[in-house]
Ligand binder design. Structure first.
Ligand SMILES: C[S@@+](CC[C@H](N)C(=O)[O-])C[C@H]1O[C@@H](n2cnc3c(N)ncnc32)[C@H](O)[C@@H]1O
Length: 218
């Protein structure tokens, strides 16, 4: 099935340089990097859950965090880029949910140690330099008993991975990173999901994503 969502406002591609400076420069190049719409895998996974507390890592310009807040979640959004976070704050204020979202550029580990755990922990296309397995391991530690982890990223078989070495470097298969989770503690679903976006010039582009959904036993 083909989905839209994570609609790029511009035809941005993942980058080989995953540093704070590189992301900050990328955001400063454009008024908006992303569409402002929530990612479809997040909406599908969360829309029928009872709202509670949520951590979003790699929240970018805040579309998912703001959407969660409009659904009644109390959200902590983390990102490396001060410019992206400033835009996220403006989006939250314009949507009337600023009281329900806190944005920070602190290191993920520090945020988790100071404020965790959360009932929902999500990360959409973050691809940190430390890799997908590290991300899953780190975020799993932030999920409360009975809570959920949702991690989405680019799959190694994305049709454009061969042309974009940066994308190929960052990609991971959900079943591989799911190995970081102890199955006696977690119920795990790992899948591939396809979606299309319209790039510059109106060309349709097919993406293939890895989707990891895990529920921690209560
Ligand atoms: C491809 S963008 C995705 C943004 C947003 N999740 C979305 O789907 O529109 C990746 C984001 O992850 C952030 N990021 C990358 N590594 C990170 C890290 N180690 N800690 C926090 N944020 C990180 C980047 O600054 C960037 O905003």
């Amino acid at each position: 099935m083909t989905h839209t969502g994570h609609v790029h406002a511009h035809a941005a591609e993942p980058m080989a340089d995953f540093s704070r400076e590189s992301w900050e420069a990328k955001y400063r190049e454009r008024e908006a990097l992303w569409s402002g719409q929530p990612n479809a895998p997040l909406v599908d996974e969360v829309e029928n859950l009872a709202p509670a507390s949520a951590l979003e890592v790699g929240c970018g310009e805040g579309a998912d965090a703001v959407w969660l807040a409009t659904q009644g979640w109390q959200v902590t959004g983390v990102d490396l880029s001060a410019t992206a976070l400033a835009r996220a704050q403006v989006h939250a204020e314009a949507s009337g949910v600023a009281a329900h979202v806190t944005f920070t550029d602190a290191a993920i580990g520090d945020v988790i140690a100071a404020h965790g755990p959360w009932e929902l922990v999500t990360s959409m296309y973050t691809h940190p330099g430390e890799g997908g397995r590290w991300l899953v391991e780190t975020l799993a530690a932030a999920v409360a008993p009975g809570g959920r982890l949702l991690v989405v990223g680019h799959h190694p078989t994305d049709p454009h991975a061969a042309e974009h070495p940066d994308l190929a470097d960052a990609a991971f298969a959900a079943e591989d990173v799911a190995d970081a989770l102890d199955r006696s503690e977690w119920e795990v679903s790992a899948s591939i999901r396809e979606r299309t976006t319209l790039g510059e010039g109106g060309h349709e582009r097919l993406w293939r994503d890895s989707v990891l959904v895990a529920r921690r036993h209560g």
